[in-house]
Design a protein around this ligand. Structure first.
Ligand code: ADP
Ligand code: MG
Length: 314
């Protein structure tokens, strides 16, 4: 059964086509990852899926239920944790859970069972009387998740749930998500982290309101031809500028397909030939840009996405 099905989904704000025609089919039990630059339309798409926002046109179905015409029925099956999820800081852990349960009209018995289960599951059972405002960042995140799950949704939609969360809490958060996946939950999440995207059964890349790529991580990695010449150095930005500089005869720079990935640049070349590495070292040395090391690596997910967003020929 399809957990999510959208067709021709659109939503604009004035001239801004935030979601500009999205057709999606997500199976039950999938871990679906949405990635893309700021302003691509990810949050708007998620809001449309949850029914918090209505589309200008197109349809959304959640487990077969029309999320526009039968908003509250569809809404009962969805748990949505927005990007900046707000807990009630002056309420305790327990009171927050109760508040969200009331909001979702969860019956007393269901609430007690689900509350005990979620508290134990998230390791928050020792902190039930603590004010939410006094929890650590990672614990707030887990409480946010517990509040989102209090009405036992079948589809969990998480908007950048781990952005800014420390690495240990991030790992714990993922352990919780994994066990929900094992129980058959469908999870749709956006993330800026490629290692998180890599865990997904399907990844969609969003750019300017559309999804140019929807595929498995394994297949996405094969979308870019050639290989990556990786150059590790202290000033990637300067290296990119130098490499892309047009030649004296006005030709475009020899290396225009340069991506900055943290402390390194990736340069797409057609084959792993050391002549490329020597050439790049020579160009950079000529402009006084020191290089730590070079090597050839396969394209990463990020390389593929950067290439597609920049509309490079892949
Ligand atoms: N409520 C809104 N009113 C006006 N413009 C909006 C609103 N929500 C989003 N936008 C615009 O729509 C575009 C997509 O935003 P958003 O969906 O938040 O993207 P993302 O989550 O990928 O960063 C942006 O240009 C943003 O400024
Ligand atoms: Mg967003």
């Amino acid at each position: 059964m399809l957990a999510v099905e959208t067709s021709g989904l659109r939503r604009s704000f004035g001239d801004m086509h935030a979601v500009a025609g999205v057709d999606l089919r997500i199976d039950t039990g999938e871990l679906f990852g949405l990635i893309g630059p700021d302003g691509a339309g990810k949050t708007t798409l998620m809001r449309l899926l949850t029914g918090v926002m209505s589309p200008d046109s197109g349809s959304v179905r959640v487990f077969g239920v029309d999320a526009v015409a039968r908003k509250s029925d569809a809404g009962m099956m969805v748990g949505y944790m927005p990007q900046r999820f707000s807990l009630y800081e002056e309420l305790t852990v327990d009171e927050n859970l109760e508040f969200f349960a009331k909001l979702r009209s969860v019956g007393r018995e269901d609430f007690t069972r689900q509350r005990d289960y979620l508290l134990k599951f998230t390791g928050l059972d020792r902190f039930t009387k603590r004010l939410a405002g006094k929890l650590s960042g990672g614990m707030k995140q887990k409480l946010g998740l517990a509040c989102t799950l209090i009405h036992q949704p079948r589809l969990l939609i998480l908007d950048e749930p781990t952005t800014g969360v420390d690495p240990v809490s991030r790992r714990e958060f993922w352990q919780i998500l994994d066990s929900f996946l094992h129980r058959g939950m469908t999870i749709f999440l956006s993330t800026p982290y490629m290692d998180e995207a890599d865990r997904c059964t399907t990844i969609a890349l969003m750019s300017d309101g559309v999804l140019p790529v929807v595929d498995t991580p394994q297949h996405i990695r094969t979308l870019v031809r050639g290989t990556m010449l990786e150059v590790v150095l202290s000033d990637p930005l300067r290296a990119k500028q130098v490499l892309a500089r047009p030649g004296p005869d006005g030709t475009t720079g020899a290396y225009s397909r340069v991506h900055i990935l943290g402390d390194r640049v990736h340069i797409r070349v057609d084959r792993p030939d050391t002549a490329y590495a020597d050439d790049v070292r020579r160009i950079l040395a000529g402009s006084g840009v020191p290089v730590d090391r070079t090597g050839f690596v396969p394209a990463t997910l990020e390389d593929v996405f950067v290439s597609i967003i920049k509309k490079e020929q892949v």
